[in-house]
Design a protein around this ligand. Structure first.
Ligand code: PGA
Length: 248
């Protein structure tokens, strides 16, 4: 019922030439996949990547968005502007929350504005190491998700569970742990009036071709949000293939 989804978050990486090359190479390897593949380059390369995958099923996403449509907001990018270039946008990534002070309220505003413009927000949530060690993962994820969803979401959203201690550390959560949290996320979605059965839930945090197979088969996980391994076309394509093999 839910299409498997693999999202590459390139973060603040790639030059113009590298972005074009990476997108072209991913197109060559993964354009025929039944998996929904989404590439999230830096804002400046959105159009480059869009052109590189044009005519395929590969989708493009942004890594952030502002909530106003236009105006005097120097440096920001609006949902309507993004809609001309892409279909998805990540909101509430742990780096935005930790380094740029984004709160659940800010994330919810961004998600609502994205939906209103016809973009699909990929809402990222996850506990930090202290909360994990204190056994507070469930509570944190429920609270963050409840606070980060738009008040009455119309349209599809994607949820990404990314424990902070697993992002970029080479230390992923266990697949069982991620599955358990994905279940909690679905409960929180239903409680907020979002149809959890129709909502893709992803895992993110040190996903690699070496560890992904066990995540890909978890019943409540529909794919992954991938950082480091998304910057290598061969490794990213292997993730796409692993997900396709698990799902079909
Ligand atoms: P990572 O990043 O795969 O490099 O851990 C994941 C993310 O930040 O989305």
């Amino acid at each position: 019922m839910r299409r498997p989804l693999l999202v590459g978050n390139w973060k603040m990486n790639t030059s113009y030439a590298e972005a074009r090359e990476l997108a072209t190479e991913i197109r060559r390897r993964s354009a025929a996949s039944p998996v929904e593949v989404v590439l999230c380059p830096p804002f400046v390369w959105l159009d480059t990547v869009r052109r590189a995958v044009e005519g395929t099923d590969i989708r493009v996403g942004a890594q952030d968005v502002y909530w106003e449509d236009r105006g005097a907001y120097t440096g920001e990018v609006s949902p309507r502007q993004l809609k001309d270039l892409c279909d998805y946008v990540i909101v509430g990534h742990s780096e935005r929350r930790a380094l740029f002070g984004e709160t659940d309220e800010v994330v919810a505003r961004k998600a609502a504005a994205a939906l209103a413009a016809g973009l699909t927000p990929i809402i990222a949530v996850g506990e930090d190491a202290a909360a994990f060690e204190a056994g507070r993962t469930e509570e944190v994820v429920r609270t963050q998700l409840a606070g980060s969803l738009p008040p009455s979401p119309r349209g599809a959203v994607v949820v990404a569970y990314e424990p902070l201690w697993a992002v970029g550390t080479g230390r992923p959560a266990t697949p069982e742990n991620a599955q358990a949290v994905a279940q909690v996320a679905r409960e929180a979605l239903n409680a907020a009036g979002v149809d959890a059965d129709a909502t893709p839930v992803l895992y993110g945090g040190s996903v690699t071709p070496e560890n992904f197979a066990e995540f890909a088969v978890q019943p409540d996980l529909d794919g992954a949000l991938v950082g480091g391994a998304s910057l290598n076309a061969e490794r990213f394509a292997r993730l796409v293939d692993i997900l396709a093999a698990a799902a079909y």
